[in-house]
Ligand binder design. Structure first.
Ligand code: GDP
Ligand code: MG
Length: 462
């Protein structure tokens, strides 16, 4: 598979200043040479060019000039894929980039599959699997915090710790296996104790990694927060305040928002998808009925509820119904319209909950008062304080979580077998499973299906 040379447009499809067509593989230089005509004294043919140099020229296809380009020549191994690589920078716009791509495909390259450049970087040992996943995280990051976490993972922070953990397990396994080979020698009590300590430390460390999964998921996927409340409470006004621009129509006419509106905002570094619901009450016409159906659906999927209450009006039956309906959900009670004379106070609301009250935050969506406190409350509610600062650099994804859970279970079984004086073959059996499971995180163990699942999520050209 690594015999052939792949090519793709690496920039977004559409109009732009520049576009880049990327080539990688053993024939990258030769393929580029067939369609690139250097122009000027200092420009060279790709196969004559020293590594990491840039050459001005034209892409020619069937005797016609396709575009004026800069051709970057990078020879293996100091490249993204560790293969010979050529990057052709052409004019932006779909047709120019497409013309250059067609020219290199006709010259002997094959169109790359999604993520294939990064897959080659992995197969050639340039990145491990956790680092390759970080490349996708980096591209998809929606907040600075998510970006920073992806950078840490790409730099190998998670990989180093996982490799250390795996080495520890391997160390114990080697000891245990040595004694299987010489059954007449028992493991010294001292040594046995050391091995047990090491497995215990391994389990504790896996627990610590597993505790970062929730935060890792939030940073990668975001959290869905539904804004609910009775008509005119100020739901759309709140959405606009949180987004920092006027997305939803605000009006004094109840039932203005007929469709659910979803948009992501950066709240203290976390990508939060806010959903302005069209109301959950009885419909007056079929359009409203459909809006309401969608509201119910998105509220059911939400992980966080922002329940907006109008402080300038007495609490209504509808407010009470919302209070009861969302009792089991993670929620914040947003006491809105605090710029108007109040009809009830926050304390009275809190008092109903017997000390078990959800956070009540006072805001005015008209003046913006209280919005910063609401953002703090949102972060506090979804982002647990449990993870230590240094673990912030290793927030795992759901694939890592699955592998580490299996690794933890197997290590625990092995530890119990060791403690219980069971046959060492049993201790070793589970330890091997643990080593393999932990190795999956960094791709020390992988299957073709797993690689397909990971790299098919990338864009073409990455
Ligand atoms: N005085 C005041 N009016 C508000 C406030 N928030 C919303 N409103 C007004 O309340 C009405 C309903 O707001 P809207 O956001 O459309 O409510 P929704 O039906 O819950 O989406 C509009 O006239 C808003 O201008 C607030 O904090 N103070
Ligand atoms: Mg509305």
């Amino acid at each position: 598979m690594l015999e052939d040379t792949i090519a793709a447009i690496a920039t977004p499809l559409g109009e732009g200043g520049l576009a880049v067509v990327r080539l990688s593989g053993p024939q990258a230089l030769a393929v580029a040479e067939r369609c690139f005509a250097p122009v000027g004294k200092t420009s060279r043919k790709p196969t004559d060019a020293p590594t990491h140099t840039l050459h001005y020229g034209r892409i020619v296809r069937n005797g016609r000039v396709v575009d004026e380009v800069l051709c970057a020549v990078m020879r293996a191994p100091r490249t993204y894929t560790r293969e010979d690589t050529v990057e052709i920078t052409c004019h932006g716009g779909l047709l120019a980039a497409k013309g250059v791509l067609d020219a290199v495909l006709e010259s002997g390259a094959r169109l790359a599959e999604p993520g294939e450049f990064t897959k080659r970087a992995f197969l050639n040992g340039r990145l491990d699997l956790a680092q390759a996943e970080a490349v996708a995280d980096l591209i998809h990051a929606r907040t600075e915090l998510a970006l920073a976490a992806a950078h840490e993972q790409l730099a190998g922070k998670l990989s180093r710790r996982v490799n250390q953990l795996r080495d520890d397990l391997l160390h114990v396994l080697a000891h245990v296996e040595a004694h299987i080979d010489f059954p007449e020698e028992d493991i010294e009590p001292d040594t046995r104790e050391q091995l047990e300590r090491r497995l215990e430390r391994g389990i504790a460390f896996m627990d610590e990694l597993l505790r970062t999964a929730n935060e890792g998921r939030i940073l990668r996927r975001g959290i869905r927060a539904a804004i609910v409340g009775r008509p005119n409470a100020g739901k759309s006004s709140l959405l606009n305040q949180l987004l920092g621009h006027d997305r939803a129509i605000v009006s004094p006419i109840p039932g203005t928002t007929r469709d659910t509106i979803e948009e992501t905002a950066n709240i203290r570094g976390l990508p939060i998808v806010f959903v302005d619901t069209a109301g959950l009450r009885e419909a007056r016409d079929p359009i409203e009925a459909e809006g309401i159906r969608r509201s119910h659906e998105s509220v059911a999927r939400a992980e966080l509820i922002l329940h907006v209450l109008d402080a300038s009006e007495p609490l209504s039956e509808e407010d009470e119904k919302f209070l009861a309906d969302f009792a089991a959900k993670k929620r914040i009670l947003v006491r809105n319209k605090t710029d108007l004379p109040p009809r009830w106070d926050a304390e009275a609301l809190r008092a109903r909950f017997d000390g078990n009250a959800p956070p009540v935050v006072n805001v005015s969506c008209l003046t913006g008062e209280g919005l910063e406190a609401l953002k703090d409350a949102i972060k506090q509610l979804v982002w647990s304080g449990e993870i230590r600062a240094e673990m912030l650099e290793v927030m795992i994804n759901s694939r890592h979580q699955d592998a580490l859970r299996r690794g933890r279970e197997a290590t625990l079984r092995s530890l119990e077998a060791l403690r219980g004086g069971l046959h060492l073959e049993l201790v070793a059996l589970d330890l091997r499973l643990a080593v393999n499971a932990v190795g999956e995180v960094v791709g020390k163990t992988y299957t073709e299906d797993l690689l397909d699942a990971i790299f098919s999520q990338f864009c073409i050209g990455k």
